[in-house]
Ligand binder design. Structure first.
Ligand code: ATP
Length: 312
């Protein structure tokens, strides 16, 4: 896969405050996850990528060019910040059409492009002419993404686009991104929801205190080296002891811990592959009523390590 972004000895300081400190990385086509605790330097990296700030030292190239003050490079990018950017009183179809026209498209071309963008993000057409004020968080995120797609960028940069979405909403949003990547649009996405990112991304950049932690973590971050299934799982259920006994009898457990007051069982697998290959059968056969199954101790969590407020 070809490299679209390359950073060499890249640093950005804000006065004496360290934003990004001497990092080297490359981003290939596809979907890349950007992971790090608060203050790790993710937004700084986005600003450098999109040419909003200049490196203090080192270089960053995007599609082979320097993004700073370079409209040719910037035209090939789209940036979707974490904050709400779409005026709530507007309707998405007219909003996107208006933006297209401001950018120089004719009214009919702008409407066509707006339709295509809203279709791509799978926003149901009955909402296209409704006010964004009436939208759920997930629908607003889709409008933001549709706005990014209006100029058919080659790389979309998304800052925490899944914040506040429920698991179903996150999966649907992920599916939209997979389809974009399949059709040739690369994605760089930051998220604190690490297992979603693991399922979505083929590559990762791990940041911590403005640095990329170490060579070992970079190795962990490559998709080829990571394990497919989490080694640990948290299961909330009606009878955690009965479930633990059943899983033990199936020779699935390496270890477990029961938290009776929250009806929770923390499990470490002998062979996670074996459990996940037949998890529906195992859980049914156990005869225990299951409320929630959540993966824990993902490779990303281990790689990034505990941070000031790294949620998972
Ligand atoms: N404009 C600025 N002026 C001074 N310091 C800044 C500025 N922008 C960022 N910083 C500092 O640079 C460091 C990295 O911040 P950055 O916003 O890039 O991190 P982040 O990973 O995006 O954090 P978060 O997840 O909280 O958004 C922090 O210590 C931050 O305080």
């Amino acid at each position: 896969m070809s490299t679209i972004v390359q950073a060499e000895n890249l640093s950005r300081f804000y006065g004496v405050v360290l934003g990004l400190n001497n990092v080297n990385f490359r981003i290939r086509r596809g979907i890349t996850g950007l992971v790090g605790p608060n203050g790790a330097g993710k937004t700084t990296l986005f600003r450098l990528l999109t040419g909003q700030v200049k490196p203090s030292s080192g270089t960053i190239t995007v599609f082979g060019g320097n993004p700073w003050n370079n409209p040719d490079v910037q035209a090939r990018l789209a940036y979707c910040p974490e904050s709400e950017t779409v005026p709530a009183g507007l309707r998405p179809l007219e909003w996107l059409t208006g933006l297209g026209m401001i950018s120089g498209l004719s009214a009919s071309d702008a409407t066509k492009r707006a339709n295509e963008s809203l279709e791509r993000v799978k926003l149901a057409p009955q909402y296209w002419k409704k006010r964004i004020t009436t939208y759920s968080k997930g629908m607003r995120q889709r409008v933001k993404l549709a706005q990014c797609l209006m100029h058919a960028p080659e790389l979309i940069i998304l800052d925490e686009p899944m914040n506040g979405l429920d698991p179903m909403g996150r999966e649907e949003f992920s599916q939209v991104l997979r389809e974009l990547a399949r059709d040739g649009t690369s994605v760089l996405i930051s998220s604190h929801i690490l297992h979603d990112l693991e399922a979505l991304c083929s590559d990762f950049i791990l940041l911590r205190w403005g640095r990329i932690p170490n060579a070992a973590n970079q190795e962990v971050a490559s998709a080829e080296t990571r394990k497919r299934w989490p080694e640990a799982t948290t299961i909330r259920c009606e009878e955690p002891e009965k479930l633990a006994r059943y899983l033990f009898d199936q020779h699935l457990l390496r270890g477990c811990e029961i938290v009776p007051e929250s009806d929770t069982l923390h499990v470490r697998w002998r062979d996670a592959e074996q459990f996940y290959a037949g998890f529906d059968r195992y859980l049914l056969e156990s005869g225990v009523r299951i409320f929630e199954v959540r993966s824990t101790a993902t490779f990303l969590e281990k790689a990034v390590g505990p941070g000031p407020s790294l949620d998972s």
